[in-house]
Design a protein. Structure first.
Length: 412
């Protein structure tokens, strides 16, 4: 273990400069349960040994909901001998939490921070500025540089298709007015049988780039992008960064395609463009998770090959806390050897985890189940839940709670 506790991690930007060829980095989210955290710890160690990532990220739950688990996991990554990149959001929470997280990072030698605005926690609707001045990621970057000088390495989020808030639904006839670049960013989704098209129009995209430049100028070292599935979109974004004077590495965020439902929920939520061929390949494999994962590895390999040939400094995997597809892609790239077959024996992906602070099924969410609508009362290991069934009552007027396995209920 090279990374001794108490010593300071190296800055990722410096590590990038000492890696002339593209490398791997991995991202995890904090699971909801103690058992989930335990599983993830084993997985982090195994994935570190198997894939030698240069850094590993842990996300920060909206409104600070995972602050302790996130801190625990980044410290664990450090113990495992890898550099941790801790996400930190600054809205919808007490600014003191931001301050104490940064001072803990200093104490534990966690040097790298992803500075983010954050979204509203589930059920809170709009995101809210924190009292005391944090209203966007720019404020957080400025705050870190003001309070800590160059002590921390800072990365920021970038959106090759525009931030979802800057993506608008096309009105009838508007599609004909789209520019060449807008056509590359346009996404479509289906709701109740109606196809809806969305795009970040050029004038909004320009505002996004001007704001990104402000974040960069405030002291960010590099950018990690939102997921995308079209490498031309990434290439345009990198060219635009240069055109706007943003001269730092741009790390492509690779969303691992692990299952059908999750993929379309996530891309719908983020208004991500899913090229038609990709959509059709997914539909063909709809009924087999194993086939989806196999395809996810093939698609991811081809995508990463193109990104590396376009000059991406590394491939950053949104692992969703799973291993198979990451191993499949790295084997496909020839960066690892036969990891996928080694994993088959372990079947480690079997222990899936529910995201703590994620957009899906949390305590208090309304869900649809075979018994009708209900409210999640308690999350259990492996994504099962106790659900209060809304329309049912016991003879004595008491509530009916059902214990339902993951996949047998859906958030509405
Ligand atoms: C790589 C990556 C990692 C993420 N990790 C997490 C995580 O760990 N936890 C989590 O909760 N969420 C995470 N998110 C989601 C993120 O918090 C949301 O997308 C959030 O809505 C925006 O955060 P941001 O840091 O991009 O915000 P900002 O950079 O502040 O920007 C958000 C939007 O507001 C606009 N904007 C903001 N301020 C101004 C201004 N002053 N002037 C003009 N325009 C402005 C921007 O143009 C942009 O459209 C992540 C996203 C990415 C891409």
């Amino acid at each position: 273990m090279s990374n001794i506790i108490g010593t300071k991690d190296e800055k990722i930007i410096d590590l990038m400069q000492s890696h002339p060829t593209a490398f791997t980095s991995l991202e995890f989210y904090p699971p909801r349960t103690t058992e989930g955290v335990q599983n993830l710890r084993s997985r982090i160690l195994r994935m570190k040994e198997n894939t030698s990532p240069v850094f590993m990220d842990v996300t920060w739950g909206a409104g600070g909901s995972t602050s302790e688990t996130t801190m625990d996991l980044v410290r664990y990554i450090k113990e495992c001998g890898c550099v941790a990149n801790m996400h930190l959001t600054c809205t919808n929470m007490d600014p003191d939490l931001v301050k104490s997280a940064l001072s803990d990072c200093r104490k534990y030698g966690i040097t790298n921070i992803v500075a983010l605005r954050g979204d509203a926690p589930e059920g809170e609707g709009e995101w809210k500025a924190s009292e005391g001045g944090f209203s966007c990621a720019l404020d957080l970057v400025k705050f870190i540089r003001l309070e800590y000088g160059n002590e921390f390495g800072i990365s920021i989020a970038g959106y090759p298709e525009g931030h979802p808030n800057a993506i608008t639904i096309l009105s009838p006839g508007e599609e004909e007015t789209l520019s060449e670049k807008e056509l590359l960013r346009v996404s479509s989704s289906e709701k109740d049988g109606v196809v809806q098209k969305c795009v970040c129009r050029d004038e909004d995209y320009k505002k996004e780039m001007i704001y990104l430049k402000e974040k960069y100028d405030a002291g960010a070292d590099f950018i990690i992008t939102q997921m995308f599935f079209d490498t031309d979109v990434f290439k345009n974004f990198c060219d635009d960064c240069v055109a706007y004077g943003i001269n730092c590495p741009v790390v492509p965020g690779i969303m691992c395609i692990n299952n059908f439902g999750g993929f379309f929920r996530m891309t719908g939520f983020c208004k991500t463009r899913v090229p038609e061929e990709l959509k059709q390949e997914m539909i063909k494999r709809k009924h087999s998770e194993a086939e989806i994962k196999k395809f996810g590895a093939e698609f991811g390999t081809a995508m990463c090959m193109r990104l590396v040939s376009q000059g991406a400094p590394c491939v950053h995997f949104y692992t969703l806390n799973l291993e198979k597809v990451v191993y499949g892609i790295l084997d496909g790239l020839g960066w690892t050897k036969e990891l996928s077959s080694k994993l088959e024996a372990l079947d480690a992906d079997a222990n899936t985890m529910q995201a703590k602070g994620s957009a899906w099924a949390r305590v208090g969410d309304e869900v649809q189940s075979m018994f009708g609508k209900g409210i999640v009362m308690e999350m259990r290991p492996e994504g099962a839940a106790f659900i209060k069934i809304s329309n049912w009552k016991l003879a004595n007027g008491g509530e009916v709670k059902a214990y339902l396995k993951a996949g047998t209920f859906k958030k509405i």
